[in-house]
Design a protein around this ligand. Structure first.
Ligand SMILES: Nc1ncnc2c1ncn2[C@@H]1O[C@H](COP(=O)(O)OP(=O)(O)OP(=O)(O)O)[C@@H](O)[C@H]1O
Ligand SMILES: [Mg+2]
Length: 363
């Protein structure tokens, strides 16, 4: 997605991942492609269940072995890393490519001192002697902004605050200087001030280390100003992708627009009802034949219920969207106006601002 001529750090090509469940085959990732260059950040945005984590886990080789199938290419620095012999792949995952998860408490070892958790990877993968690994662990704690690192090295995760634990997770992820860092909702468990600190920290480290980064979030406001490109996911597919600035200048997919409108606006008085996206996300085991968003879409027309739009754009720009009636185009705006006049969408849902449907999809 960038014009740089060098080999992208990460190329993902036609990634498809499904899970075998009691209800049948569930397509969690359905033909996702993108690439990221060194030093750049891709934002991955979508509601809960849209396939963001499944995409990350597919890339990181972290899928449950028995109950998942995954196809498509993953290239790290131009090298196919999906079918490596085991001995080699050990030095890729968590080393050249690493991940920061939403909840650090489940990823940290509760009975191991912080210093040892950070230095273990260095001793194993970088073959550093114990003392050198510990010195490096101390440096890493300083880098991620932890005060009194000597004391912290000897502490256990439960002795740290939530924000500090997330910083430790980041230190572990950075220990072996990865080329790629995937941050999967790294701040959802934290309060707002700490969230911003952690996101800013990730941003600074990404620049310092020239890493390629994937920032996964359900909150479109998080990617603004922090990412170079954005992909918006719905039901396992990319429905819109663009350089971040372009996306915020002109959101084309009605789903992207709805996500944007569901962001709480600081300026609004507290009693203002948050706009939510009507209806619920689709059942991935029984996807509708047309556009997966059509049943909830304010622009949808009969065509959208029968036919699935592919990711395309109308010009030479890098902005792509999978929609027959995109926002800001003549067809899209007249479709919206027609639905508004009728008071409902093509699928018969009352238009937004009406009452939310039962269990309906707040973002
Ligand atoms: N191990 C699994 N086995 C079966 N189904 C799974 C598994 N992991 C994920 N899924 C399903 O795949 C779909 C996509 O899930 P995924 O975790 O990627 O969503 P997400 O976009 O990360 O959502 P969230 O914002 O809630 O983290 C969901 O329907 C989920 O239930
Ligand atoms: Mg997730």
């Amino acid at each position: 997605m960038s014009h740089s001529p060098e080999t992208p750090t990460l190329v993902v090509d036609d990634l498809r991942t499904s899970f075998t469940t009691a209800r049948g085959e569930l397509k969690a990732v359905d033909g996702v492609s993108f690439s990221i260059h060194s030093g750049r950040t891709l934002g991955v945005v979508g509601e809960s269940g849209s396939g963001k984590s499944a995409t990350a886990r597919s890339i990181m080789n972290l899928l449950p072995p028995g109950s998942s199938q995954s196809t498509g290419r993953v290239l790290l620095d131009g090298r196919d890393v999906r079918n490596l012999p085991r001995a080699e792949s050990r030095h890729i995952w968590g080393v050249e490519a690493s991940m920061v998860f939403q909840n650090p408490m489940t990823s940290l070892n509760p009975v191991m001192q912080v210093g040892r958790q950070i230095s273990e990877g260095l001793r194993y993968h970088r073959r550093l002697p114990r003392e050198a690994a510990m010195r490096r662990a101390r440096e890493l704690l300083e880098q991620v902004g932890i005060a009194e690192p000597d004391q912290r090295l000897r502490e256990y995760p439960h002795q740290l605050s939530g924000g500090m634990r997330q910083r430790v997770m980041i230190a572990i992820a950075l220990a072996c200087e990865p080329k790629l860092l995937i941050a999967d909702e790294p701040t959802t468990a934290l309060d707002v001030t700490v969230q911003k600190q952690i996101l800013d920290l990730l941003d600074r480290l990404r620049r310092q280390h020239r890493m390629a980064m994937i920032l996964i979030t359900h909150d479109l406001s998080v990617v603004a100003g922090r990412t170079d490109d954005v992909i918006v996911m719905y039901a396992g597919r990319v429905v819109e992708r663009a350089p971040t600035l372009q996306l915020f200048t002109a959101m084309r997919h009605p789903y992207t627009k709805a996500l944007f409108e569901s962001i709480p606006k600081v300026a609004h008085p507290s009693h203002t009802r948050l706009q939510i996206i009507q209806g619920r996300p689709p059942d991935l085991a029984y996807l509708p034949p047309g556009c997966a968003f059509a049943p909830r879409c304010t622009h949808a027309q009969p065509q959208c219920l029968g036919e699935s739009p592919s990711l395309s754009g109308s010009d030479a720009s890098e902005h792509r969207y999978a929609c027959f009636y995109p926002a800001g185009t003549a067809e899209g705006e007249s479709a919206l106006a027609g639905n508004r006049a009728a008071g409902q969408t093509a699928a018969g849902l009352a238009l937004v601002n009406g009452p939310a449907t039962a269990g309906g999809g707040a973002v």
